[in-house]
Write a protein that binds this ligand. Sequence first.
Ligand SMILES: [Zn+2]
Length: 224
Amino acid sequence: MKIRRHKHTKRVLKYYKANFKFDTKLFNVLIDGTFANEALNGKINLAEQLPKFFDVKDNKCKLWTTKCAIHETEILGKPTRGAMLILKQYQVAECKHKRNFISSEKCFKNLISESGDTKFIVATQSDSLKEIVRSVPGTPLMIISHNAINLEKPSEKTDDLVNKRLEGKLAPNLDQMKVIKQLKKKLNEQKPQVKRIQKKRKAKEPNPLSCKKKKKTQQFSNKK
Ligand SMILES: [Zn+2]
């Protein structure tokens, strides 16, 4: 089971690396309260287990959260106190919300849409946040299922984008399109000319019947 999961993870990471220039030597995992809570319930120490999961040294796997996500665990009180303590150990990714905290879902959505060079892997157990992550192409989603960390296979939206890019590569590029357009234009310009030449030629050609008649009359007159 473990080996199969490891192979699956490698394949998924390879996909993100090939299609989204994902860094597979330095991992940035963005964690919300639901994920921290699930890890706590399953006695999974994320700081220890995540580097092992990615098969890298501890310093090559950074765990992130946001002030909004921490605040969310604070206002929920006792049930999420453990998750809050865990999140507070992680690095805080700067979000735009300062003290006007919003839900971790909306906060993470903003971050992954504008993350630029820092590509996050989003770790959550929230169904609505999972849907948000799946809707942003190129964003890996991490979940805990059956008490094990799992990297979800690329979403449909991600696959769609990759396929569209591939189609784009096969289609003619801008330079090729210019040449094609010029050729089409030339062909269109040539068409009426060809017709005109054919007509002129026809008009210039003498009527064979009239020629024969003339010859006959000439011959006739000569004999006379
Ligand atoms: Zn925020």
